[in-house]
Design a protein. Structure first.
Length: 273
């Protein structure tokens, strides 16, 4: 093996073996996991999950991404947003403001922990909307951002059952939406995302931007428009043919989609941080 590649392999192996995954509970009560590779931390990424997921994401996508970033010497911090997911029995009371506020607290934790590190942010689905909300408040803080199947608004287009549950929740205070499990929508949740538009924040954001989406995603794709809004020259959109909203991560017969997603994202952060 050539000496250069041997050195790179040994450094990667060292980062993997010595990386630490530390549970963290922020002062606001939100829990997360801080992944730190060996050595001084010069680069770090905040990972923001999607609707009703948790810090590890569907199929452990974020846990896997954190490990891959650590192999490149990049720290990461991922949190579980309050008011949604299995931890609330899928009774959803999170709002746009609560999500962005908790992401802001996570950002402040990272800045205090690694004051000299360059920062990136990663958002998946509703976490993408949250990330765009966060960069609207901190347009110059993040050097790079990656969005997976990001939502432009909290809405499931063409889903009559979801629309009916929304109307009932607004009228009665809560309603059950039957998806992969029974999800209770609350009036607080519905009203907390009403009228939210984060797309204009991309015009303020100064960092690099990568968006990735499958062409079978049920969410409407506005990625091309987002790239036009972002002033940076360092921007790209990967449209993954055949991939759905979760990039087939739970389908063992289609491992290539999630592998490409993780590889592309890791390489992007490694290059732009």
């Amino acid at each position: 093996m050539p000496r250069f590649f041997l050195l790179a392999f040994l450094l990667s192996l060292s980062n993997t073996l010595l990386a630490e995954a530390t549970p963290v509970k922020l002062q606001i009560g939100v829990e997360g996991i801080l992944n730190t590779p060996a050595g001084p931390i010069k680069r770090s990424v905040l990972l923001l999950h999607g609707w009703n997921a948790d810090m590890n994401e569907v199929g452990n996508l974020y846990a896997d991404l954190a490990g891959r970033l650590a192999e490149r010497g990049i720290a990461s911090f991922r949190i579980s947003f309050s008011g949604e997911g299995a931890r609330t029995g899928y009774v959803v009371s999170s709002t746009f403001d609560s999500r962005v506020g908790e992401a802001e607290a996570a950002l402040q934790f990272m800045q205090e922990k690694f004051p000299k590190a360059l920062l990136g942010v990663q958002g998946y689905s509703l976490g993408g909307l949250t990330a765009m909300g966060l960069v609207g408040r901190y347009p110059d803080t993040f050097k790079t951002m990656v969005l997976w199947a990001a939502a432009a608004e909290m809405r499931i287009n063409g889903d009559a059952a979801y629309d009916a549950a929304v109307r009932k929740a607004m009228k009665e205070g809560s309603a059950v939406y039957k998806d992969w499990t029974d999800i209770t929508l609350t009036r607080e949740f519905i009203s907390g995302f009403a009228g939210v538009n984060v797309e204009s924040n991309l015009g303020l954001y100064t960092g690099a931007l990568l968006t990735i989406r499958g062409d079978q995603d049920f969410l409407p794709g506005r990625d091309a428009e987002w790239l036009k809004l972002a002033p940076t020259d360092d921007k790209a959109f990967i449209l993954m043919g055949g991939a759905d909203h979760i990039f087939h991560v739970l389908d063992d017969s289609k491992p290539g989609y999630s592998e490409r997603l993780l590889r592309s994202t890791t390489n992007w952060f490694d290059r732009t941080l």
